[in-house]
Design a protein around this ligand. Structure first.
Ligand code: SLL
Length: 203
């Protein structure tokens, strides 16, 4: 195919980790989690403010610490889309109207309930885990095949504890009891192929 001479397309995304210490109130340790695990955490790659990135980013491979079972996690956009569709269908078809209304009311009360998570389920690449230690996560991005782009690798340090030179810097990482380490990034597609340019601009 032909490339679009002189054209540069940027697509923003965020990647990073969010961690939360286990406690007896809002983050109790689920059954089966090993005794030495102190935190639940997630690593993700997603769009800004719920925007879709699946039309250009098709697969993400997260390489976790080798102490974690099954430490290579590969997520495909198509598989995630199927799972979202399935859970939306289940929500729509299971139960009668009364049950659905009760579930919706419960969801309004509790922002972390399943019902709400399903409603807000975003197209995002996310791995949820528990553990005790920090380590570097390798994140490999695979693009739509029409882009002709080779996979690209990002590195991200999982943070379970706030860090910084000053208390202010540490405090800035705490957000509602969570330790957030997020990075804003812009993916540049330089002189994209015409086919892929169409994919990018029609979303
Ligand atoms: C450290 N260099 O010593 C790091 C290694 C490894 C973290 C951290 C285990 C999780 C599991 C886990 O949290 N490993 O057993 O599933 O701090």
């Amino acid at each position: 195919g032909k490339r679009m001479k002189g054209v540069q397309i940027y697509r923003p995304f965020i990647y990073g980790t969010t961690a939360r210490p286990f406690n007896d109130t809002d983050n109790p340790k689920p059954p089966g989690v090993p005794a030495d695990h102190t935190h639940s955490w997630q690593v993700f790659v997603k769009g800004i403010e719920d925007t879709d990135i699946f039309y250009w980013l098709r697969r993400v491979q997260f390489k976790l610490h080798e102490s974690i079972p099954n430490h290579l996690r590969t997520l495909d956009a198509d598989t995630i889309i199927r799972e979202i569709d399935k859970s939306n269908n289940n929500n729509a078809t299971t139960g009668n109207k009364k049950q659905q209304a009760a579930a919706a009311a419960a969801a309004a009360q509790n922002p972390n309930s399943n019902q709400n998570q399903n409603q807000q389920q975003q197209r995002a690449f996310v791995v949820n885990e528990t553990g005790w230690g920090e380590f570097e996560i390798t994140i490999k991005l695979y693009y739509d095949s029409r882009s002709g782009e080779k996979p690209q690798t990002l590195y991200h340090h999982l943070r379970l504890h706030p860090y910084g030179r000053t208390e202010d810097e540490k405090e800035a990482m705490r957000s509602g009891g969570e330790i957030v380490a997020w990075n804003y990034e812009e993916q540049l597609f330089n002189e994209p192929f015409e086919d892929f340019y169409h994919v990018l601009t029609t979303g």
